[in-house]
Write a protein that binds this ligand. Structure first.
Ligand SMILES: [Zn+2]
Length: 390
């Protein structure tokens, strides 16, 4: 078999942020034309990370990849969309450059057109779409050695779970929170775990500090003959419903002036386990049957902000974060959580695979994190404007 040959036609360079893990997918739009109509030429692309001086190759994001027969250039100079091509993860160091080399296998002309359209949608893709991690697939941690909230050094620091352990979160920051900040953050986090996610956690048997105390039955509300009563049903039958708030866009992005609290524009109800309510009603009777849902939008928004901030520290390291917009509201020092946390008006950007998904999305130097807890149950996605990198 003939080895693929890259005839270098174009090179595109993109500078990542130091400490950034580059991974995900990339899309390329190229214009090519076979020079010899009798022998079709196909595209070839190689993406690697090199040091600033070009001396040292740090890693290959995409090994030399060429298109098959169906992806060959015709006799006309016409655009081809390549991808999404999956990249292998590489951790960038200071001064690193990502180099995209685009060429052909066989005689072809590959070039950028004069119409002003991007021919390599690379930096945008890599920065905006793709620092995705599904928590089921990878376990990762980072040692911080400093309180990520107040900067305290020297006291015993405790471990932080990016996604709460009680939601089976896998990612951890080691030596990352002082006792005072842990009291604050675990205060609202525990409330959210107990109230908003409590029954779902029991029914899905998620991690617990006291697994032996898991109840075998849970209560549902039934109205019979105009009277409301509570009955106990086995955990397997219990309709675990999450009622998650749908927020307005983060105020900062919508251009709303700072206000307190957070605007709730709707509720997304998602059943994650148990029997459907209609079936339960057949089984237990009554004119009405339901479960009690606790709804705490502000505490929930703070818990989402904590996940987003923790994920940012995990991705970049504390030293690369220049400003942390969301921190005062997260800690409860200010009440403008709705300025930094919200929902997009579009459908979720993170696919609904894996239990939870967190994606980091750069908007210029601003760090946006998309948080989707219970993604696989089609739960809503939240956008957190975390802050800014250096
Ligand atoms: Zn602290």
């Amino acid at each position: 078999m003939e080895a693929p040959v890259l005839r270098l036609a174009r090179q595109f360079v993109f500078e990542p942020i130091a400490g950034q893990r580059i991974q995900g997918t990339v899309r390329l739009r190229i214009w090519g034309q076979a020079l010899d109509p009798a022998h079709p030429a196909t595209w070839a692309v190689l993406i690697r990370v090199v040091s600033r001086d070009g001396e040292e190759e740090r890693g290959v994001l995409l090994p030399l990849t060429t298109g098959g027969e169906s992806e060959s250039f015709g006799p006309e100079l016409a655009p081809l969309i390549l991808g999404p091509l999956r990249l292998a993860p590489v951790d960038a160091r200071k001064g690193d450059r990502v180099v995209v080399e685009l060429g052909s296998r066989g005689a072809a002309r590959v070039e950028s057109p004069d119409d002003g359209h991007a021919w390599v949608q690379f930096s945008a893709d890599i920065l905006s779409e793709d620092l995705t991690t599904h928590f089921k697939e990878a376990r990762s941690s980072r040692k911080v050695g400093k309180c990520i909230y107040c900067g305290l050094i020297g006291e015993p620091l405790s471990r932080e779970h990016v996604i709460p352990e009680g939601l089976n979160g896998e990612f951890t920051l080691i030596a990352a929170s002082c006792a005072r900040c842990r009291d604050i953050t675990s205060g609202f986090e525990q409330e959210v775990l107990r109230n908003i996610f409590g029954t779902a956690r029991i029914v899905l048997q998620m991690r617990s500090q006291r697994p032996n105390e898991r109840p075998s039955h849970l209560r549902i509300q039934v109205r019979r003959g105009g009277k409301e009563i509570e009955i106990q049903v086995p955990v397997q039958e219990y309709p675990a419903i999450l009622a998650l708030p749908i927020f307005a866009q983060p105020g900062y992005l919508a251009g709303r002036s700072s206000s307190s609290g957070i605007d709730v524009v709707g509720t997304a109800q998602t059943q994650v386990a148990g029997l459907p309510l209609a079936e339960l009603r057949q089984k237990y009777g009554g004119e009405y049957l339901g479960v009690r849902l606790v709804y705490q939008p502000v505490q929930f928004a703070r818990a989402v902000a904590k996940i987003a901030y923790g994920f940012t520290v995990l991705t970049f390291g504390l030293e690369h974060i220049a400003e942390r917009y969301v921190l005062p509201a997260l800690l409860g020092e200010t009440s403008d959580i709705g300025r930094w946390v919200g929902c997009d008006r579009t459908s979720p950007l993170v696919p609904s695979t894996g239990l939870h998904a967190v994606t980091l999305r750069m908007e210029g130097k601003e760090i946006h994190v998309l948080v989707r807890l219970f993604a696989q149950f089609d739960a809503p996605e939240y956008r957190v404007v975390v802050g800014r990198v250096l």
